[in-house]
Design a protein around this ligand. Structure first.
Ligand code: HEC
Length: 110
């Protein structure tokens, strides 16, 4: 009897942990997809020799990326952002923020 209750407890723990983890993931966006979308859309301008300056996640801190994403309208390229979906923007945020200068895994675009 005790064993049964115990295994039910264990199973529900992993179930809940799994659900809350996938929810948290959803809120923050999909960094992998964001990396792809960033390359495909933003990097057409933001690259060496492009019409805007080379821009990689590592060029800003997480706080700076937070500020930028709160004030997209103030950017010179704000209109460009309107061409992509809110979901894509969240994914891009996840990529840039996740590899920012002060993140555990800073990243420079190749
Ligand atoms: C049509 C070209 C173009 C596209 C596409 C574009 N930008 Fe820009 N962006 C610019 C220009 C031009 C500036 C202003 C000059 C500069 O900073 O190089 C700018 C400025 C910025 C800045 C401020 C610069 C800084 O160092 O603080 C950020 C951040 C930025 N863009 C991010 C993005 C992101 C993210 C995307 C993709 C969603 C994007 N841009 C798409 C042209 C573009």
């Amino acid at each position: 009897m005790f064993q049964r209750i115990f295994s039910i407890l264990i199973i529900s723990f992993f179930l809940f942990a799994g659900i809350s983890m996938s929810l948290a993931e959803g809120e923050k966006g999909n960094a992998r997809k964001g990396k792809y979308t960033y390359r495909k859309t933003c990097r057409t301008c933001h690259t060496q020799g492009g019409s805007a300056k080379d821009l990689s996640p590592v060029d800003k801190t997480q706080a700076q990326w937070d500020e930028i994403f709160k004030n997209i309208d103030k950017l010179k390229c704000g209109d460009e952002w309107k061409k992509i979906s809110a979901e894509d923007q969240t994914d891009i945020y996840a990529h840039l923020w996740g590899h920012a200068f002060d993140s555990p895994s800073p990243e420079k675009c190749q």
